[in-house]
Write a protein that binds this ligand. Sequence first.
Ligand code: BDR
Ligand code: CA
Length: 304
Amino acid sequence: MKPIIFDVDTGIDDALAMAYALNSPELELLGFTTCFGNVPVEEATRNTFVVLEMVGKDVPVYEGADQTFKRGMKPEWARMVHGDDGLGNTLKTEPAYRASNGSAVDFIIEQVKKRPNEITILAVGPLTNVALAIEKAPEIIPLIKDVVIMGGAVYVPGNVTPYGEANIVADPEAAEHVFSSGLSVTLVGLDVTMETLLPLSKVNEWRKIDNEAARFFADMTEHYIGAYESFYPGIGGCALHDPLAVGVVIDPSFVQTESVKVSVVTEGEEMGNTVGVKEGGPIIRVCTEVEAERFLDHFLSRVL
Ligand code: BDR
Ligand code: CA
């Protein structure tokens, strides 16, 4: 089993990624850490507990950053895509408050020191928690096995601006800090995630399963597909961004990678752009191709 710390900003595709990971026997989920992003961090923590309950698993949740790494910014939330509650407006009543199990940054540092060279950090939100952890304890950098990140758009356009992908635009300085730190990084960006589309027909099959969890995932994902159809008319589904990062941890052969240095534009019109260059700094594995159908089958066989 691969020990994982799973960093989330729980919106809809984070929730799908969580379910996929929680149902995958290859992964040992040590804990979830939460970050602002799709929603404010308190809501990301709440949503993480909601998804754990739906999947019927108990894994500790550690709340993390409520603002960006350097400039104390709280970027715009993605309620247009993920709904007012971040879960496709599926929360009919506010769930009972559950406190975080502790600090995300301290949890990351403590776990990595306890299990040197074993832990993969799977980060599918802004990179703030990872940046804060390696800034506070730089000695953990060589002890982290890999950081698999859903983020960036190296050879394709962005999704929140013509250049930038949401997780990187939300905190470009955190991303730059992580990419230039010497950490082992695998970048699962829009270059590959936009090819992994989940069509509504598959989601409708979940409706044949008569239980609360299946209804929750179907309603939420239908909302997400609706948002995709409004932003990209005729696209035929929603992109499985965060689930693909989980898939890459389970089976790296879903993707092909290229090793390049990636720098992040932190100012101006191109803010959040992830630029791949051949030489001159720490090398990152950028995913460039994906076996989308094989991945989709695998995801569907596990998610519910
Ligand atoms: C990423 O942005 C978020 O809205 C999604 O959860 C995903 O992590 C896609 O750009
Ligand atoms: Ca996310």
